[in-house]
Design a protein around this ligand. Structure first.
Ligand code: HEM
Length: 466
């Protein structure tokens, strides 16, 4: 197998991918259990498979699946990691019947910066927090957030300059502005730039290669960023509790469950910091990926634009946004071809098994949704951009419950899924009714996999005002 999804792969990358490593089973299976060991290998001395995982992303995941099947192990990032892909295997983990799979896998990577965020909580405590947080994602509350999104989207998109235009950095700035407005409508004021800086440092730290506090390191900047954010939110909680504004910060402050329980001030602070991260890069990547595919496929761009003009100039309300069916097909297909969260981390808290493979307690797990999105068992011509595959006549996403899973699944399925889709639709609606754009037919974007997928060249397009 070669690096078909990674333009610009070097000869060394190709060698790493094509090399056959010495196969070794992972740990000993308890005698008499009837279970199988996990196949895999340890890769290069010291580095293990870190390089391929970081440089080749999807191609590496597909190679592991092809070589070892749905459950395999490797060394990477200084640890032993069990990779799980394919619908059936991922379903076992996300259903989590015996509560063996915990979120502590995420804690290893982003814990110091996003501690006590919803995704890092487990089991009963997680359920309690999730139920409360749902109160901030009701339809009326989402309608309020969308007003902020539409306002920022119009302001930001209209200011873009035609010509050669780099979509990714512009979109990243715009979704950051949107997050500022949706999350805390009025508090930012003079602190806006300092907070944006702190937030960006906190997010970047999660992918730092140096994983301890050395002066000048990304890790250190992330810890300092977290402090700035904590201080800001903590200072503003009392005023927010007393306000009735329609932003997410107020939503968390006012959330009550059926027994009248509420979040503590510390909870609100931690949830705000995590939510900003969860909402920001994911919507940037989704919108950028859709812009890329539409820039290549002008027929789909025209089709989506026609629908957007028919819906009106905006701001569109929630019903109008939900009615943008063609655009929804485009976004779903973009989320399939570029999964914004390509790997999901877990850690076993007890001995367990997946499809008959024994997994001991304290094992780090990486789930591979992006691999599922590309398996020919579920999708016809998986490499093609073909939004109609999600249309009513075909519904290829129903080929397996976990064939399409950009928002995860099970107890931790994305709580911002509905709002996130509507935000992306608002952005694309504004883009499609303001500009047309294209990329050369032979251009292929390289999705850098060192963190969440991002176009390594920023995605240059030829942008023309309509
Ligand atoms: C369009 C883009 C988005 C994508 C692709 C996405 C993807 C995901 C995925 C895959 C997970 C599950 C992680 C896991 O199980 O390990 C998740 C969880 C989560 N997402 Fe999103 N997300 C998006 C937008 C958002 C937005 C806009 C928000 C909030 C405003 C949000 C908030 C969250 C939260 C709080 C969790 C943790 C849920 C829990 O643990 O119960 N996400 N997201």
């Amino acid at each position: 197998m070669s690096a078909t999804h990674m333009p610009g792969a070097t000869k060394f990358d190709e060698w790493l991918l094509e090399n056959t490593w010495r196969r070794k089973d992972f740990g000993a299976v308890p005698a008499g259990s009837g279970l199988k060991p996990i196949p895999g290998d340890s890769g290069l001395p010291l580095l293990g498979h870190s390089l391929e995982a970081l440089r080749l992303g999807l191609d590496f995941g597909l190679k592991r699946y092809e070589t070892y099947g749905p459950v395999s192990w490797m060394k990477a990032f200084g640890i032993n990691l069990v990779g799980i892909a394919g619908g059936d295997a991922i379903q076992v983990v996300l259903t989590n019947k015996d509560k063996a799979f915990s979120q502590q896998g995420w804690t290893y990577f982003i814990g110091p910066f996003f501690k006590r965020g919803l995704m890092l909580l487990d089991f009963e405590e997680h359920m309690f927090h999730r139920r409360l947080m749902q109160q901030a994602f009701t339809r009326p509350r989402i309608m309020g957030y969308l007003e902020h999104v539409a306002e920022e989207a119009a302001r930001g998109v209209d200011a873009w300059q035609p010509g050669t235009f780099h979509v990714y950095p512009a979109m990243k700035q715009l979704t950051l502005d949107i997050a500022g407005s949706v999350f805390m409508a009025s508090e930012l004021g003079a602190e806006k730039d300092a907070l944006n800086k702190a937030f960006v440092a906190t997010v970047r730290a999660g992918t730092s290669l140096v994983r301890y506090a050395v002066p000048g390191s990304r890790w250190n900047a992330g810890l300092q960023g977290r402090k700035v954010l904590e201080d800001f939110f903590r200072r503003n909680v009392p005023a927010k509790r007393a306000s009735d504004s329609n932003d997410l910060f107020a939503g968390l402050c006012h959330a009550r469950d059926d027994d009248g329980e509420a979040f503590t001030d510390d909870d609100v602070v931690s949830h705000m910091i995590f939510l900003m991260m969860a909402a920001h890069d994911t919507s940037t990547i989704t919108t950028t990926a859709a812009a890329y595919f539409l820039g290549k496929d002008r027929d789909w761009q025209d089709r989506a634009r026609k629908e957007c003009f028919a819906a009106g100039p905006g701001p569109l309300d929630i019903d109008a946004l939900e009615g943008l069916r063609d655009l929804e097909l485009v976004i779903k297909e973009s989320l399939r071809l570029v999964a914004p969260v390509p790997t999901m981390a877990r850690k076993t808290v007890k001995d367990t098994e997946v499809l008959g493979h024994y997994i001991p307690a304290d094992t780090m797990i990486g789930l591979g949704p992006w691999v599922n999105h590309m398996l020919p068992d579920y999708w016809t011509n998986p490499d093609d951009f073909d939004p109609d595959r999600f249309g009513e006549e075909r519904r290829e996403d129903k080929s397996h419950r976990y064939a399409w899973m950009p928002f995860g699944g099970g107890a931790h399925k994305c709580i911002g899924m509905h709002f996130g889709m509507l935000e992306v639709k608002t952005l694309l609606h504004r883009m499609l009714t303001t500009y047309e754009w294209s990329v050369p037919q032979d251009y292929r974007v390289r999705w850098d996999s060192t963190s969440l997928p991002a176009p390594s060249d920023g995605l240059p397009v030829a942008l023309k005002r309509l």
